[in-house]
Design a protein around this ligand. Structure first.
Ligand code: GLN
Ligand code: ZN
Length: 751
């Protein structure tokens, strides 16, 4: 039996080849044939890399031109009506992903608690599923032709349905039987490929708090599929958390094995006895597929030994905890990182070696691996003892925090603020960023590459700020911003200025479609050397008599969008960041800045998958936010902004954050998201977005008026701010100016 397994491998390409090929295709610079060539090359490379590293169970169908949920829609023929008339398959595929002239793109959502976005299937009760197994079969054969016998990765019908929405308001699970038939047909086709085939059915939905209804689908699903073809071995795979409820059922179905995450889902341990009693194989996910730090092989060995006390060794396979999609490709492309940091990292390719090393050690062919094991031990030790990650001053400050929250109750603060700041009811503002123009990006790039001097760059940024202030004054906004021209990214900008963060040159991770992000590496104790935003905000404020809102990124968002060190708890990292921010706020207010926004864009999306872990997340998230603003004087108005604004279940946590003003993303849902604020008697001020910034469309005055009227049905005008949904950096000036003009016009009629 195979001894190790990789759940899935990144597909965008080590140098983002797929991204560039797709973008060239979309802009008409190359043909789809060219994209296919690139894709084929990338797949071969992924397979061969895994094979060379000694991986035994390698996946096919983990590749995608855009997204694996979209691929599954094609697989089962779930094409929304507005795309059905498109004859060309390729055109149809990308129209679903990106929209076309006769239909808007399908919506996306975050893949569980990762930063990967999948396309949400849109289903209807009359859905006529129809199998199209081309991709699945072709990829298997393609690998086979290269001498690699793959396991086939599929998203399970249960998870597929659970992540879908219906366009007719019906219950998507009513489609279960119909959908299962298509999968059965698929299994029959797969069974013809070889004498014996392994199919990995991904069912991550079971790592969330699922209802009994969903659990009741497990038996019919896995029984039918297992019976559809006797030569297919099914390995039901979950990741990102434990799936103990599902495991209890799965062990009584005719599957071959279970794939469980023992890194993010250490509670899976509770299922071991149950699994042992059955005849199932266990693919134990022990190599972290979500973070980039080197695996401590000795610890992994201990964990595996714990497992093997209960599950016989012959039934264990060593696995990655989830797909390696969520980490960058390889350290081979990093030559700017500090050596100690680089030596403590492990990207996808390096993780393959960790996996095979752990499997050789565990299964007992240790002799020639002594050296590798020693190397691993050395790296772990080196980092642990490195001065780079430990800063005693920071640690002692964290240990001696006297003041965790700011002075004054909200009622007292807001009275002072209203008197001193004098902004009107329904005050208009924006969320922070203004268009990131190509010229701006170029200036930043040139500065980074030493092609323009620091003075030239500063001049450029100041010009942008000056223009941005003039434009906002002309539009007639009440509270202005500097526009964030100095920021490439709201986390990276601060990370680059803070101690404790490092940046890879090529550590790209797919976010959605062709889009990638390069998360900062948060490796050590965080501290602030010098003010980070002061000069820009002060410059902006010097140009106007209106209030300029300072702009910072909060601790929770910095953590959720970085690869965070693992030797200390997140709560402690958050505390360190918060202290640095508190210093920044103090500098800002002492220099005359009266309003400061601390963005927590990723606050909601960072919620744990399981209810049982919520309280501890909320605790450190709220504590660190409050600590960041603890330096604010009573009359300094603290704003926060959150993107994903479904707050029904967390409204009390939002209240506890105690921000004077919160701006949120609500435009697409009228006033429905706002109602919860009224229901709980929320007293602080709220700026619900009045138009969607994700679309290039310019909202009309009438539309915005309608939106404001809806908001006023819920909250009084004294409590409301008027602003767009989110930052404007992805928009063009010619969209932003008329949109904001219309927003201001709309407000005037309500004053
Ligand atoms: N201040 C940030 C901006 O305007 C907030 C971005 C966000 O919420 N994602 O760009
Ligand atoms: Zn936002």
């Amino acid at each position: 039996m195979s001894k190790n397994l990789v759940v899935g491998y990144p597909r965008i390409g080590e140098h983002r080849e797929l991204k560039f090929a797709l973008e060239n295709f979309w802009s008409g610079k190359n043909s789809f044939k060219d994209v296919e060539e690139v894709a084929k090359h990338l797949r071969a490379k992924a397979w061969n890399t895994q094979k060379e590293a000694g991986v035994e169970l390698i996946s096919s169908n983990d590749f995608s031109y855009y997204d694996q949920m979209l691929d599954t829609m094609i697989l089962v023929g779930a094409i929304p009506d507005r795309f059905k008339s498109i004859q060309d398959k390729t055109e149809q595929y990308f129209a679903m992903a990106r929209g076309y002239e006769n239909g808007v793109a399908m919506a996306m959502r975050k893949w569980f608690n990762t930063n990967y976005h999948y396309i949400i299937p849109e289903l209807a009760q009359d859905e006529a599923f129809k199998l199209d197994n081309t991709k699945v079969i072709d990829e298997y054969k393609e690998a086979a032709a290269l001498g690699i016998k793959t396991k086939i990765n599929l998203i399970s019908p249960i998870t597929f349905l659970a992540l879908s929405m219906t366009t007719d308001g019906s219950d998507q699970f009513l489609l279960f039987d119909k959908l299962l038939k298509v999968y059965e047909e698929l299994f029959k086709e797969i069974s013809k490929l070889d004498d014996e085939i392994i199919v990995q059915l991904d069912d991550p939905i079971f790592t969330t708090d699922v209802e009994p209804k969903l659990l009741s689908l497990i038996k019919p699903c896995y029984e039918k599929l297992a019976n559809a073809a006797s030569n297919i071995k099914i390995i039901a795979t979950t990741y990102f958390e434990h799936s103990n409820e599902a495991t209890k059922v799965l062990v009584h179905t005719p599957i071959w094995g279970l794939g469980l995450d023992f890194v993010a889902g250490s509670k899976n341990i509770d299922s071991l006895a149950e699994i042992a009693k059955s005849d199932k194989v266990l693919a134990a996910g022990v190599i972290n597929g979500r973070n980039v730090w080197k695996n401590d092989i000795m610890k992994t060995k201990e964990l595996l030994e714990t497992l093997s006390v209960i599950i016989p060794k012959e039934r264990l396979i060593i696995s990655t905890s989830c797909s390696l999609l969520h980490v960058p490709y390889s350290l081979e492309n990093e030559n700017k990182l500090d050596n100690t940091i680089k030596d403590s990292l492990s990207f996808a390719k390096e993780k393959l070696n960790e996996l095979t090393l752990a499997s050789r050690i565990f299964f007992g062919s240790i002799e020639n691996d002594d050296e590798l094991l020693q190397e691993n031990k050395n790296s772990i030790e080196r980092l642990k003892n490195s001065k780079l990650i430990h800063n005693e001053a920071v640690q002692s400050r964290v240990g001696n925090i006297a003041k965790w929250v700011r002075d004054g109750e909200f009622s007292e603060r807001i009275a002072l603020q209203k008197a001193k700041l004098g902004y009107p009811d329904l005050a208009t503002t924006t969320i922070g960023s203004f268009p990131q123009t190509p010229e701006l990006r170029k200036a930043r790039r040139d500065y980074k590459n030493n092609e323009i001097s620091g003075e030239e760059y500063e001049e450029f940024i100041k010009n942008y700020i000056r223009e941005t202030i003039t434009i906002q004054e002309k539009i007639g906004l009440d509270v202005l911003v500097h526009g964030e021209p100095e920021r490439n990214d709201m986390v990276e900008y601060f990370g680059e200025l803070l101690n404790g963060f490092a940046f890879s040159s090529n550590g790209w991770v797919q976010s959605y479609g062709a889009r990638c992000v390069k998360p900062p590496l948060l490796y050590g104790d965080v501290s602030r050397e010098v003010p980070m935003t002061l000069q820009w905000i002060l410059y902006a404020q010097s140009l106007t008599s209106k209030i300029v809102k300072g702009m910072l990124t909060g601790p929770v968002t910095m953590i959720n969008w970085s690869f965070v060190r693992e030797d200390i708890p997140r709560s402690e990292v958050a505390t360190q960041i918060a202290l640095a921010l508190a210093d920044e706020i103090d500098d800002l207010q002492n220099n005359g800045i009266k309003m400061i926004q601390v963005d927590e864009a990723a606050f909601k999306e960072g919620y744990p998958l399981r209810h049982e872990n919520r309280a501890s997340y909320e605790k450190w998230a709220v504590d660190s936010f409050k600590l960041s603003v603890s330096s604010a004087h009573k009359e300094t108005q603290i704003h926060t902004h959150m993107c994903y604004s479904e707050f029904n279940d967390i409204i009390h946590t939002i209240e506890e954050m105690d921000a004077d003003v919160i701006t949120i993303e609500t435009a697409k849902s009228g006033n429905s998201l706002l109602k919860i604020f009224k229901e709980v008697g929320y007293t602080k001020e709220v700026g619900p977005g009045v138009y969607d910034i994700h679309s290039p469309r310019i909202p009309t005055v009438e539309e915005i008026k309608t939106q404001i009227a809806l908001l006023l049905e819920v909250l009084p005008k004294e409590q409301l701010w008027i602003n767009p949904d989110c930052g404007l950096k992805t928009r063009k000036w010619e969209e932003v100016i008329p949109s904001l003009e219309n927003m201001v016009k709309a407000v005037v009629s309500f004053r």
